[in-house]
Design a protein around this ligand. Sequence first.
Ligand SMILES: C[S@@+](CC[C@H](N)C(=O)[O-])C[C@H]1O[C@@H](n2cnc3c(N)ncnc32)[C@H](O)[C@@H]1O
Length: 402
Amino acid sequence: MIKYSTIKKKFNIEVERTTDNGVAHLTHYFQNHVNGVSRHYKKSAIEHLIQISEELQLAEEPQMQQFLPLKFDVPFPPPIDYEFTFIDLFAGIGGFRIPIQELKGKCVFTSEFNYWAQKTYEHNFGEVPFGDITNLNLDIVPKHDVLTAGFPCQPFSISGKMKGFEDTRGTLIYNVLQIIEKRQPRVVFLENVKHLIHHDGGNTLRTILKHLEDLGYKTSWKLLNASDFGVPQNRERVIIIGHKTKKFDFTKLKTKPKKILKDFLDENAKFEYLNEPYTILTDYKVQESGLIFIGHRNKSIRKAGVRPGTEHLSRVHKQPNRIYSAEGLHPALPSQESSGRFWIYDKGEVRKLTINECYRIMGFPDKFIKTTNLSESYRQIGNSVCVPMIKEITKEIKTQLL
Ligand SMILES: C[S@@+](CC[C@H](N)C(=O)[O-])C[C@H]1O[C@@H](n2cnc3c(N)ncnc32)[C@H](O)[C@@H]1O
């Protein structure tokens, strides 16, 4: 069997800074040639090859077949005996795809428009995502069992009467709803930040649920915390599940006892210690969430609204100035912190969490290939999902809904 890496070299499969989806068509064709889905990608895959290939005959279908099936020598190859199909929207670096593939889900379509994320995705899965979802010809999206989307929380407010999902036009959820309407997946699996619950006084979440229900789905949603699924991170996310006939029962999810950061740290690494003045508190306490705010860099603190005598509280210090104890949880890794100023107190010293530790506390397997661009790597993991949490939800989706 020919290896993907050989074909990658031969056909120069690289993510380019262009809006052209040629290489996405080609890799989607290679990944889907035996499951009846390849016809969605074939024509454009061939066109792409003709464009890039000097030897035109290579690009014709019968010749292309000679390379198939490929052996995907990437960290996360597609499952061989898959049991259901899914699509990965706003795919980032594949936080959904890793656990869903482990549970025998076959990804049949991916979309992600960020150049750096697309590159990381291709290195790990051997597939280049399609770009901007707002410019997609929906005909290329195949039918699928599960639609997943960790869509960016883009504020929108409802204009006029709630007549169909047209009132969300111009927002990314509109594009998701369009795909749902067209392809009618059995399950819709959405993820978003906690703030979605409160956005526009709850209207945004209500609107999303209403539109899913109008499209024929029974919906349920819950705020879940990554720390209940085996990683030491206080990361709360809203999960929305829709199904044609049944309501997903969140109470069936199996949670785990909370873990602490200490057990996820590197033994030996090039640690970056804090070499500037800082304060370690003596009167710290374990917060209800499991966080232990144990100190801060000696930078100026927030002044507005701060009551005298509360200067020791974490919330008066900006996030990059806070120090958390390795004996507790870590706060949610944000995507905006591209220089990785996540300070921890471990073995009597203050140091940054390493990039490997960041991926570990999101539950990414060690074999995951990170981008070598460090600030992008911090951004990508901060944007992603907690892998074990997605895995547990998918297990229950399989049991309850598929
Ligand atoms: C919250 S992140 C989701 C990350 C993903 N769940 C993961 O595991 O890495 C949202 C992603 O949507 C992508 N995105 C935003 N607007 C998009 C668009 N119009 N088309 C395609 N992708 C888009 C961003 O680049 C970002 O990677």
